[in-house]
Design a protein around this ligand. Structure first.
Ligand code: GLU
Length: 475
């Protein structure tokens, strides 16, 4: 039986969980779930200057929001520094690594000379075979690995295929600094080995690191995990993803009103495909997922596609859940009056949601659409709505107000019928009166059906809103 799959997501906590990292996490997660394996989480916090606790919290929070759970406790790379040093010492003892006493001036000179002679600026291995007795007094050495001098180092990659690196292009890189701390390259290998990682899935910006990491695996006699380096995400114009294109933390997507299931679906499609399927559930994705179906080319981030997908998920969502998301979003982005309005009109918002859902692509749009429910009188009119309220249309509103005021049956059908009769009697198209009515009742030109609006906000509020506009006509 083959070994159970262990993947890992290994973010550096120097910022939020950005969209590329979220996608890497999703692929690791999907592969682990698909194979019945595990996905571990390792926080790569060895860079003490740049790693922060709020960034760790934001990463965990972002993963949880996206519904990507990991197995076991998150592992701190920094906390494993002793183990990294221990492995470096083993390599020293076995003659697979060596102490290097070069000063930084010497290294600079070495690089400059190489450049002057047109050679790549690599460490020349001058301490590789020097006896310990040559060590200068009072200098703490770095530990360098003995990288192979000839032959090839081949990365067998599920996406990139066989990627061949010439050994002569890799120098004896540092695994332990002179202060005894590990380099990133070394820490990753020791951790992946100790954590039992069988599959590394990460961005292809780590492909050359993979070659160096293989040098350490081979020196230790450890099995190299299966490698999968996924192409990066580009902007719609093909350029490197910038903030304008969507290179933001996942919390920004939450604040912009995207649902986690929509983002999951979208990220899955950014770099992976199952035939022509565009909309699929996470369960389907897990069922269909394979490393072989990952794309070889860079993918392009497209807000329009994400918006359309999100619109689909908003339509499909349960109103009760959507309501909670609206409240949380309004609170998170500091839309205080919306927050209060939503909290105070839960039942009405819930009743209106099935009408609002097909009209919104984001939760923020949904909140905008719900505002008419709790807006305070007299309603502020947007520009287009204000233009519909002329002295003439206000006269029609006054007449309709009287008709509506006398109605006993306050239902969509009855209100609709009454308005239609009035329009017919006055030789008007229904739209001629429905549009100003909508403007007066909602302050805008987009809303659910105007008679639905009247039923939703109720007789008293509807009459009061009409009164406000009729009174303006009389001023
Ligand atoms: N910490 C690295 C990053 O955030 C990932 C390293 C790895 O996956 O090996 O890019």
């Amino acid at each position: 039986m083959s070994q159970p799959v262990v993947t890992r997501f290994a973010p550096s906590p120097t910022g939020f969980l950005h969209i590329g990292g979220a996608r890497t996490a999703l692929f690791n997660w999907a592969y682990a779930r698909k194979t019945g394996g595990k996905m571990l989480l390792r926080i790569e916090d060895t860079d003490r200057e740049r790693s922060t606790q709020p960034a760790v919290a934001a990463i965990l929070d972002g993963l949880s929001w996206l519904g990507l759970d990991w197995d076991g406790e998150p592992i701190s790379q920094f906390s494993r520094a002793d183990r990294h040093a221990e492995v470096a010492r083993q390599l020293l003892d076995q003659g697979k690594a060596y102490n290097c006493y070069c000063s930084s001036e010497e290294l600079t000179r070495m690089r400059e000379e190489a450049r002057a002679e047109g050679r790549p600026p690599r460490y020349d291995g001058r301490w590789r075979d020097r006896p310990a007795s040559d060590a200068p007094a009072g200098v703490s050495p770095v530990v360098r690995i003995k990288a192979p001098r000839e032959g090839d180092i081949v990365v067998h990659d599920h996406v990139q295929g066989e990627v061949v690196f010439k050994a002569e292009n890799l120098d004896d890189f540092i695994i332990l600094r002179s202060d005894g701390t590990p380099t990133y390259m070394h820490a990753v290998v020791v951790d992946d080995h100790d954590m039992g990682v069988t599959h590394i899935i990460r961005g292809d910006d780590h492909l050359t690191n993979a070659a160096r990491q293989i040098v350490i695996y081979q020196a230790m006699g450890w099995t190299v995990p299966e490698m999968t380096h996924i192409p990066l995400i580009h902007g719609p114009d093909g350029a490197k993803l910038s903030k304008r294109h969507g290179a933001m933390g996942v919390e920004s997507y939450r604040q912009m009103g995207y649902l986690p299931e929509a983002l999951r679906n979208y990220l899955a499609r950014l770099g992976w495909a199952h035939g022509d399927d565009e909309i699929f559930s996470t369960e389907q994705m897990v069922e269909w997922f394979s490393l072989e179906a990952l794309n070889k080319g860079a993918s392009r981030f497209d807000f329009v596609k994400l918006g359309n997908l999100n619109g689909n998920y908003i339509r499909a969502a349960e109103p009760a859940r959507l309501y909670d998301v609206m409240v949380d979003t309004a609170s998170e982005v500091g839309r205080n009056s919306d927050y209060l309005g939503l909290v105070n009109s839960r039942d009405t918002v819930l009743a209106a949601l099935p009408d609002l859902q097909p009209r919104a692509k984001t939760v923020l749009e949904l909140i905008d659409l719900a505002q008419f429910i709790y807006d305070q009188r007299p309603l502020a009119m947007d520009e287009k709505a204000a233009a519909l309220l002329t002295p003439e249309t206000r006269e029609h509103l006054a007449a309709l107000r009287t008709i509506f005021g006398a109605m006993e049956d306050w239902s969509v059908e009855a209100l609709d019928g009454a308005a239609r009769s009035y329009a017919a009697e006055n030789d008007l198209k229904l739209g001629k009166i429905a549009q100003p009515l909508r403007a007066a009742l909602t302050g805008r030109t987009v809303s659910p059906g105007v008679f639905e609006v009247m039923v939703l906000i109720g007789r008293e509020e509807a009459m009061a809103r009409l009164d406000d506009q009729v009174a303006l006509a009389r001023q």
